[in-house]
Design a protein around this ligand. Structure first.
Ligand code: DAK
Length: 261
């Protein structure tokens, strides 16, 4: 597919890289970027061969420096509403995707950029990464889910400090508070992402998708219902070819050949 603001490529079998490609605007999320990300995600979701998605920003300065302030400043209320709903749908789509998405944060991840990274399943940061929700400096609040996803990840107090005081967090602190899974030198960011994606791609794809779903949705349920959801999903997996193959491969002392069935 051809995009104006994105690059979408298959890096290895089953492993895709989505690059937001507006380095001149620090990859800011314009309505066009949101629309193209939504369409790229839809095409990936329609492809049963996708095992993992890496998401990054072009250039060495920014992952995404936020929603596009120039575009937002000119929006009417109805355009603002449409923009917000489109972006919220995109973030939910990333969470609902049957494959994990890993954000590779190479510089600024501010405002909507931090929120895009939060909607991915986890984050790998370069040493120069910087995270923040500076919307209050513009007289607005985060609009792409930051006030809800951030406290679920780093706790209420730190989320308040980031969203209300607008404090930016550098990579080492992001690692310490659990916002990111790994911090690596910028030159090693892609390789670390590929290493994680390869590990995912080697597992049973149906199990990967359902396990992701369990961890994401179980968190918002009470424990009893969350545990029942786990049991029900385990039952579903017992009916899959991947479960038969995975267990047969173990017993036969060979590598599994998963088909996603
Ligand atoms: N939008 C548009 N352009 C941006 C941008 C952004 N968020 N960030 C940077 N740019 C552009 C700059 O305007 C500049 O363009 P030119 O002047 O060269 O044409 C170019 O990128 C390079 O930026 P700088 O010259 O500023 O570079 P510096 O190294 O000096 O500074 C910086 C880097 C990241 C510190 C600085 O650019 C900066 O502070 N950027 C803005 C960061 C920010 O405030 N991000 C949050 C945006 S607000 C909602 C929906 C959405 C949202 C909220 C509510 N609802 C519907 C409820 C989301 C809001 C946001 O994300």
């Amino acid at each position: 597919m051809n995009f104006e603001t994105l690059l979408l490529e298959q890096r290895e079998p089953g492993i895709y890289l989505l690059t937001i490609n507006r380095p001149q605007a620090l990859n800011a999320l314009s309505p066009r970027v949101i629309a193209e990300l939504t369409s790229a995600l839809a095409s990936l979701q329609a492809d049963a061969g996708v095992r993992a998605l890496l998401v990054t920003g072009a250039g060495d300065k920014a992952f995404v420096a936020g929603a596009d302030i120039a575009a937002m400043s000119a929006m009417s209320p109805l355009e603002g509403r449409a923009f917000s709903l489109a972006a919220l749908g995109l973030m939910r789509g990333l969470e609902a995707a049957p494959f994990p998405a890993i954000a590779l944060v190479n510089g600024y991840a501010l405002g909507g950029g931090c929120e895009l990274a939060l909607a991915c399943d986890w984050i790998v940061a370069a040493e120069n990464a910087q995270f923040g929700q500076p919307e209050v400096s513009l007289g607005i609040c985060p609009g792409f889910g930051g006030t809800q996803r951030l406290p679920r990840l780093v706790g209420r107090a730190m989320a308040l400090e980031m969203c209300v005081a607008g404090r930016a967090i550098k990579a080492p602190e992001a690692l310490r508070i659990g916002l990111v899974n790994h911090v690596v030198p910028a030159a090693g960011l892609m390789e670390k992402g590929l290493e994680l994606a390869r590990a995912i791609a080697a597992r049973g794809p149906v199990a990967v998708g359902l396990t992701k779903h369990l961890i994401q949705h179980g968190q918002d349920l009470d424990l009893e219902n969350a545990l029942r959801l786990e049991a029900d999903n385990f039952a579903v997996l017992c009916a899959t070819g991947d479960k038969r193959e995975g267990m047969a491969a173990f017993l036969e002392k060979r590598k599994p050949n998963f088909t996603g069935q």
